[in-house]
Design a binder for this molecule. Sequence first.
Ligand SMILES: [Zn+2]
Length: 315
Amino acid sequence: MPRSIKRIKVTMALIIMWMFTACSATTVHKQDTSIKVEAAPKIESTSLRYPPFPTKPYERTNIDKSLPGVPVLMYHHLLESKENKKFRGNAAVITPEQFGVEMKVLHDNSYRVISLNTLEQYVQGKVKLPSRSVVITFDDGYLSNFKYAAPILRQYHYKATIFLMTGPMQQKTETFNPDKLNHVSWSELANYSDVFDYQAHAHNFHRLIGKTSWFIAKPLPAVENDIHKVKELTHAIYFAYPFGQYNPDTISLLKKEGFRMAFTTRKGRVYPGSPIFELPRNGVFPYTTLNQFKKIIGLNSHKSSVKHGAHSPVL
Ligand SMILES: [Zn+2]
């Protein structure tokens, strides 16, 4: 029937037009978001724009993967949804609600949050840990960690580590402004030492040339100077590589400055025998779903809930 064929043709044309409109609308929206993010003060997140380098550890070690291993969580900045205008779409910014839900999942499933000191001993094979152990870390040292993460961590009696970049830190605390990137201040560190342990991220070298970290791109004496400065200011013994980028020279410099352990942004778990200057971490981002979070901490599968279920004889 010619009339019904015509009607089908018209309908199909309308569908195709709608699809194009929808696609271009999405593209425009994406472009808008990226422009806004570029205009905002820069959070040097470990989003996919800056892939970890190298993709595999340099050091080859024997890792006993029969154990469950320990996931190390990596967070950055927190903002309430309504106050997040400048950083919308930035992978480094999550809401306090999301963080609260994730901490509740740890609590409700009897996770033990361990310190970096305990993790170090675990890597060295000096201590054994329950299968549900986890480490919580924050990179960069944003004031939002004190404002939003500290009360939630206190609620569950959890402790976390902040890897500080000391260059932007001021003596006195700034007024919290969600449109800016406020850093924690020297004067307030002690007030939060019941919740946070402070370690090193960089002094002024938390920067990029293109997609390459200054820790890789700059001459070695300059890199050494930056590591020395952050060590001097924090007395830290643990380090997190900015953008997850490092090379054998960076590792040597950290050892020379008395660091004992360092973290990348490669995903994975920490095991006894893991390369101690190249430990993996797991970023938690605004797009990380609760199921993905559960998978990171080893709580994802139906299998695991059966395995740990109250009525199951299998442990
Ligand atoms: Zn960073």
